[in-house]
Design a protein around this ligand. Sequence first.
Ligand code: ADP
Length: 702
Amino acid sequence: MTVVYPMRSKILIVNENSEEADLLRIILEDENHILDIAASGECALDIAGKSMPDLILLGSTFPDMDGIEVQRRLKKEASTQGIPVILLAGKNEMENIVKSFPAVGVDCLTKPFLGEEVLARTRSHLHFKSLVNQYAEESEALKKRNAELEKEIADKNRAVTVAEIQNRALEAFAQDNSLSDIIDILTKGLESQFDGCMCSVLVFNPESQSLHHCSAPSLPAKFSQAIEGMQIGPSVGSCGTAAYTKKLVVVEDIETDPLWKRAQKFALSHNLRACWSLPILAADDRVLGTFAVYYSSPRRPSKEELDLIGSFAYVAGVTIESKELEKSSRAKSDFLARMSHELRTPMNSILGFTQLLEMDVQNPLTSYQKDNLRTISSAGQHLLELINEVLDLSKIETGHLELSIEVINLNELVDNVVSFSKPLAENKGVTLKLQNSQSQEYFAETDSLRLKEVLLNLLSNAIKYNKLNGSVTVSFEEQAEGKIRIGVRDTGHGISAENKLKVFKPFERFDVDSDFIEGTGIGLSISKRLVEMMNGSINFESELREGSFFYIDLPISDKTPTLPHIKEKLNMPNVSTEKRGNCKIVYIEDILENIELVRQILSHRKDIELFYATNALDGIELARAEMPDLILMDIHLPEIDGLTAFKRLQAIDEMRSIPVVALTSDAMDTNAKKALEMGFHSYITKPIDIPKFMSLIKSILY
Ligand code: ADP
């Protein structure tokens, strides 16, 4: 390594003898150094302290002090102790000087001065000094880099720990742990990162404008109890103020900060001295709560601490908000279940009694009455369809609709849908054709029932909004990227450019004949969502008065459908083919109109005896007394619901083999599934479809 000392080094010549000083100046002048000359000890110390020379040539005696004293004072001062010194001495002074300077870094030049020697010595000292400087600089840089690396490693380690803590909180969320348990993971996690730190999370109640305990694992319990329910305001401690101003509040010392005036003594009595509080905000800037950090001695947060509190407060916010959403979505789904029940119960009576009247052979209706009844029935059916579709749409929107995905044969499904739609087409005088369906078989991974629903909707629209003698063509067309297009082309009314934007919006109906054509305006919006849930897409092209082409594109699957699974019926009573004589049915139902309807439906079956009870407990007693062949069980019963009543029946040995059919207005799929999993024989939703109901009863009883 070549080290070049600074070409223009500063040299201080300290000599009482001006001739000697001049001689040295002359010798050194050619080297282009910056030379300072001092004639006394004080003057030398003054210049050395101010200009920091790279080398001092120091004489041995001065009027104010000798060279040894100058050297001692230079070495005492931190700023000058590193400056190399060459002592200038006569031959006879040398022995004394060497004894007095045990320190390293002191060299001597003896008089008379020889130019070459002076130059050689100064050069080597300056060279050495420059080496030392360079080494010091490098080692300083290394130290700095080392410290930086250590910090980087510590930061990385902390980041990993923090990510682990936050991940644990999210896992706890996924496992449906309570809000406090999840937030505890965060507060304890942050406490583990900073010695002596005590965290607290309070949640905000917007109605009462107050903060409530959520998690404070290390705060004194009495303190937490005392601040429970505190009102927020412009100067209410750290948390009350942070929630009010939506800003970070740093109280370095509770003892002196005016924000803590009211609670200061109480906090100090619990050994709390510093409190920094960050508001927890929702995505829409609502206050959800506060994330606070306490210490038992006055303290100001570092940037790192604030960053970390910010990131924990963020996760706490997401958790609180998600829990809120979960709660409201649960409330929504409860509301849906209730609404479905409330709406279906009266529909059951309307449609059921209408069917009974239509079927009554003993008291036949006049044609006028029949017409009226048909109007009631079709209005009722329409209303029921509307209820079902609104429920479906809400279920999709709240994420409560689950698809049952399996590999299906699209050709078979489309055949089926086309055959099903034929009567409607004939009724409307529209020709319905299926094009190129046999050319190749296509499979897709979808929910077959829901896909059928979508295609039936497209076909019924194509037929409904068609002209007399119009046509509807269903086709298959392979697309790029492994997709298959199922298209429905009609020669109907078409859709204007302005209405095209409304097609997939719920409740939009814009056909000129909409008032006369049955429909709810929801079918296509449900279809779009369903198809998208099946990884497909739905679209259309349309020309006013010419017709429309609605199509869905689905990914083709290279898997083939498995054979239909044959389900064994478990816990089923042996079904005797012999007629049993009189059969008994116990119906547990709290709504009298529903009981009356079932009574009337069964009234023409003289071989069936119907017993009923209007609550579960009476129903169970009745069933025990009568030992019926079948129990019909409403689910929404007062006090004990149908599912609990079923469990109680199952606990009675002799009752276990009696089939129980759920008969309910609750149309939510999850409840149906739950009932079947529990062991109900089957699940019928009201309004009762009388022919289907009767065939189920027959299949169980005979
Ligand atoms: P609905 O048919 O019950 O009214 P949809 O959501 O299925 O509800 O359709 C929404 C609206 O789109 C319809 O009311 C109708 O105005 C229009 N539409 C749908 N399909 C067609 C079609 N094939 N031809 C013309 N208009 C259509």
